[in-house]
Ligand binder design. Structure first.
Ligand code: ZN
Length: 405
């Protein structure tokens, strides 16, 4: 009798954790950033989960149901490095037969935001946990924050005095390195990722602009993490930018010989070509691939975007784009000789002249090698900076700001 019971029990213990419903986690990725720490758990099917927090010590607990404690999930603790801004340590263990428990011990109070994303691009189902530091966050929070920075932004927009008169004497340029983090952008045939090239050129562009007297640049993204498109627009406003330049690298699947730079401005109605429309569509898909966990519901911004006609700003953007194009033309072929237009979400600042520069074709192996070459990156950055300089000095209102220094 006793023997038979033991056999039953042992059998139960062996088969219990390997129930056929348990799925194997495909990948786990961690993206620390100055803004938040993001943890992505990718799986073949949606994960049933439960999130809660515990005090002393501060912890976030994420229970994952019907998953196997194997592979990337088992190795998750090793993925947290000592310099992670938010998480001290992660522990993963089977909590009960149905549940794997992930415990994150925190370095300071946080606000976790969880989102379940459906498959897109090369990704399967993604459970995304964004861990935002709680107040005080002035130093760290640059965007999207539960409450505080949004409130800061609203105060700024509601101010009766335009930021341009408050902060005269210096032209501020928001430099926006495209993609980042979960969103790699386009892939080169030799494995180059657009997000890395755009950040390298963006940093060089920031230095080139800072070297021009009277001009100063800030980046919307300073590392390998994703910034939602509307947040890039918000950040430009928060930094009181006068100009906005988004950096990208173009791609045409199978088009190994397609080459050259293109500069884009916003279009309110339609696009100047089918190619421009398709490119804007693919760039606007960044948010689905990059993963946005917080809806951007800034009522002031939404109203501003709706109410203001952007015609005047678009005309300024076209002039600025033409100046940048003619500087790029000095050393690199142009894919389009004029500034193209389409509905790029990242160019929708109502009052900041904004352009998107597709620096070269990452899908062309020769241009891919150039994009990886620091000397070419520097040339591109210098050309864009000179184009912005030309634009600023040919525009009476900006020229006045510089003359007042
Ligand atoms: Zn891009």
């Amino acid at each position: 009798m006793l023997g038979r019971r033991w056999v039953l029990l042992v059998g139960f213990l062996i088969f219990m954790p390997l129930s056929h419903a348990d799925q194997l986690i495909k990948a786990v990725r961690i993206w620390p950033s100055p803004v938040y720490t993001r943890i992505v758990i990718e799986s073949p099917a949606p994960i049933v989960h439960h999130l809660f927090t515990l005090q002393s010590p501060l912890r976030i607990v994420l229970d994952l149901h019907d998953v196997r404690l194997q592979g990337p999930l088992e190795r998750l603790p090793e993925a947290i490095h000592a310099d992670n801004p938010d998480i001290a340590v992660i522990r993963v263990a089977r909590f009960n037969p149905d549940t794997v428990r992930v415990v994150m011990v925190l370095k300071h109070p946080v606000e976790p935001v969880l989102a379940n994303l459906a498959p897109v691009s090369d990704y399967g189902y993604r459970l995304i946990l964004d861990i935002y530091p709680k107040l005080p966050i002035d130093a760290i929070a640059r965007f999207a924050l539960p409450q505080t920075s949004k409130r800061r932004f609203q105060t700024h927009l509601n101010s009766p005095v335009s930021h341009k008169t408050l902060l005269s004497h210096e032209i501020i340029v928001a430099v926006d390195p495209g993609h980042g983090g979960e969103d790699p952008g386009a892939h080169g045939v030799n494995g180059t990722l657009e997000k890395n090239v755009t950040l390298a050129i963006g940093r060089k562009l920031q230095r080139a602009i800072d070297a021009i007297p009277g001009m100063h640049a800030e980046l919307t993204r300073t590392g390998d993490y994703y910034v939602p498109l509307q947040m890039r627009v918000l950040e430009a406003h928060e930094m009181h930018a006068d100009l906005f330049v988004s950096i990208h690298a173009d791609s045409q699947p199978g088009g190994h010989n397609v080459q050259g730079s293109t500069v884009y401005a916003l279009s309110e109605h339609g696009a100047t070509s089918v190619a421009a429309r398709l490119l804007a569509k693919s760039e606007n898909e960044s948010d689905q691939i990059g993963g946005v966990t917080l809806p951007v519901q800034d009522p002031v911004l939404a109203r501003t975007l709706l109410d203001l006609s952007q015609t005047a700003t678009i005309n300024d953007s076209l002039e600025m784009g033409a100046d940048v194009l003619s500087e790029l033309d000095r050393f690199h072929s142009l894919h389009n000789a004029r500034v193209e237009q389409a509905g790029f979400a990242v160019l929708k600042s109502p009052d900041i002249p904004s352009i998107l520069v597709e620096t070269a074709y990452i899908s062309n192996p020769i241009e891919e090698a150039r994009l990886n070459n620091p000397a070419f990156q520097e040339q591109v950055a210098e050309a864009i900076a000179h184009g912005l300089y030309d634009y600023v000095h040919s525009n009476p209102s900006f020229d006045r700001i510089l003359a007042g220094r």
